[in-house]
Design a protein around this ligand. Structure first.
Ligand code: THU
Length: 128
């Protein structure tokens, strides 16, 4: 964990991102925040589509945005939902691809969060 950004700060950033969710079909807003090796925080929210399969999860928006911004050493991701739900399987696979050693902080709307890792969320993952 980069010393300049605490897990609580990363969760707070994900809460900010969640307010930007575009979720008119499910009304289930998700926010994510990725922490890079140099302490940068990249935000993501879910972006839904009338063609439902075109929806992109908050985690993958944040993870892929980090890559697009030239970040390759991703240290942690925070995810915030109304009920503290776990990331979907698709997003777990992308976490393994882009930040296999990442810490993962999962939070509901309150200040409490639980801490896990990408590897714990997707044991025995397929990888190139
Ligand atoms: N969603 C995420 O953003 N992340 C997840 O890990 C699971 C689901 C979004 C997709 C959709 O916009 C809404 O939550 C309901 O499934």
């Amino acid at each position: 964990m980069t010393p300049t950004v605490s897990p609580q700060q990363l969760v707070a950033a994900a809460q900010t991102a969640r307010k930007r969710a575009y979720a008119p079909y499910s009304n289930y807003a998700v926010g994510a925040a990725v922490l890079t090796d140099n302490g940068d925080i990249i935000l993501g929210c879910n972006v839904e589509n009338a063609s439902y399969g075109g929806t992109i999860c908050a985690e993958r928006v944040a993870l892929t945005a980090a890559i697009a911004q030239g970040k390759r050493d991703l240290r942690a991701i925070a995810v915030v939902t109304v009920d503290g739900a776990s990331p979907c399987g698709f997003c777990r696979q992308v976490m393994i691809e882009l930040g296999a050693e990442m810490d993962v902080y999962i939070s509901d709307e309150g200040s409490n969060f639980r801490s896990t890792t990408a590897r714990a969320l997707l044991p025995d993952a397929f990888g190139g």
